[in-house]
Ligand binder design. Sequence first.
Ligand code: GLU
Length: 308
Amino acid sequence: MCHILCASMTESEMKPETTRFAPSPTGRLHLGHAYSALFAERLARKSGGRFLLRIEDIDTGRSRPEHEAAICEDLAWLGLSWEQPVWRQSARLPHYRAALDRLDAAGLLYPCFCTRKMIRAEIAAIGQAPHLSVSGPDGPIYPGTCRELGKEARASRIAAGDPFALRLNMARAISQAMSMAGEISWRDRREGPQAMRADIFGDIVIARKDVPVSYHLAVTIDDAAQGVSLVTRGADLLPASHIHRLLQALLDLPVPDWHHHPILRDQDGNRLAKRLSSVSLADLREGGKSPGWVRETVAELAADAAPI
Ligand code: GLU
């Protein structure tokens, strides 16, 4: 089956692609995951490239080895195979640390001691002046409270052992990246050329209080380190790619192409119905469904523009 995907490809896009499926082992896989994994694998195979599985287990509080084993079992049952060894993000913390050190040395990070409750209160206070309260793709933008802390206040809070996250000073990061690279853009194979707009997120957390790195930094570093040439994932993550593109510019990383596929919708055009989205691949398998049934079902549900 070729469909729109092949028809819309230029010759240069038929070069061997390295794609990856990068689940977090925090639960069982569902139909939406099956679609995403099949989609990535198909683009790699069709181009004669490589398909990788990466386990994104930096959130040690929520990740479980048994979920990782179940993910591999489900993907193998679907008929997928991937390159070995499989990378685990929990084994790559020194690489993320090195990138954080580099961003810090460039003066782009600051410690943030705020709790969620404090941020909510601060935003509520700003809410009285609505022009100052802005929302980004992940919700209200951090109001910048700790960005304004003086050197001494910072040092004494760190010395006192107050837990802190690290935030990226977004305005400074963008101006530094643009002074090095000029206008920064990227390309989504479905949505077309994109001008980098990481500013819409405000000062993002780049290392959490409880986890020494954020999703954004880990995924950007690993995609580059693994030579991923085409990042595929659901359209809900398209805005995040603005941040990843900015980090690539700041850290001199190669720039891949992206293909954000639509989120599976049911026949009525709604996000996949609870009935289907809450059923795991393991439940389907135990209920007698075959891998062929899963492939056909996701192909049918994805029929709008990104067939597999
Ligand atoms: N670990 C992320 C998730 O499960 C992967 C997102 C991505 O493909 O970049 O949502």
